[in-house]
Design a protein. Sequence first.
Length: 366
Amino acid sequence: MNRYFFYNFMLVSLMNLMLFVPHILVKNRYSGGVSSLLVAPVIGAILIYMFTNAMTRYPGLGFPEIMKLHCPRWLVSLTSIFFAVMWWFSSTIVVVAYAVLINRFFNPDANTTVILIMMVIAAAYAASRSTLTIAFIIEIGIIVNAPIILFILFKMVRSPQLNFDAIRVVANHVMEMPTIITIAAATLIFTGYIHLALFNRLFPPNFRFKHLYIYPILGFVILLITFFVPIGFHGTEGVDRYIYLWAVTSDSLSMQYGFIERVMFLFLIVFLNLTLVYTMSGWHLGMEYIKSCFKGSKPEIDSPKAPKSNYIILGVFATATVLYLIFTNEKINYLITSYWLVLRMFTEVVSVLWVFILSRRRLRPE
């Protein structure tokens, strides 16, 4: 079962490339962006250890069930609705950004709204499946796509086009104090552990998480690549000109492998798969939080047939996502995402501390 925890961690770690995280860090490269790369793994390691340690004391229970054991029902409902909105939005900003990317780099004549509608229909249908099915889909998505992404990242690091002088110039600003926004952006790469809040329902009693030291190390390596590789390709000043930084960076690399020449097309196709998997996962978690508010609701990790409530909730999520695209633009989306990253960081810290304190009152199961 440790591998399912690892898959969720990798999913979020790789998806940060498609968010505004690289752009936010690069924009603050002279004012705390570099030092935040050192702070984020420490914060991530502490939160991962505390959260996994706490959840092992509640085998087979998700975060809503844990809250119901200790908190009044009204507080459980309010908290669940808040987490549902957070998970919906975390997936929405990804799928909306990718719909814009397809319109911009693949087919400029296509309607972005139509592209988004097709993507949200696919993601919503997948999210309506059982929690166990979602875990299997995430596993398949990571096994198929992660090696390709890691290969592309390896080719970029080894590319002769990578200017290490530009990287050294920016790295020299490591003594600049990090800001809230840079820490919030850098810590996003470690957020995959929080999926355990509901996927803990799948974990059996007496389960123990192993090799937790791998996660901050792996996250730190991916974070360094996320930040410094675009700087090495575009220079210390030119790197600030792009919003979708990694899409443009991937187009700076070419390969001589038959029909694969422009890396950007391979890069975007692979991330299309991960975007759908990430959206499916986030909406499924949001849906489960909403369902936990219903009186008499009981979580089912492997239901043979999706209940109608799943389609209704996910239909609302999909409609809200399309409306978000219609009523916002890239500038507004970037601004909202920046505030959301800060809110997400403080929400995670409070949630982890909360469940950790509650777990201290509960004896470890035999």
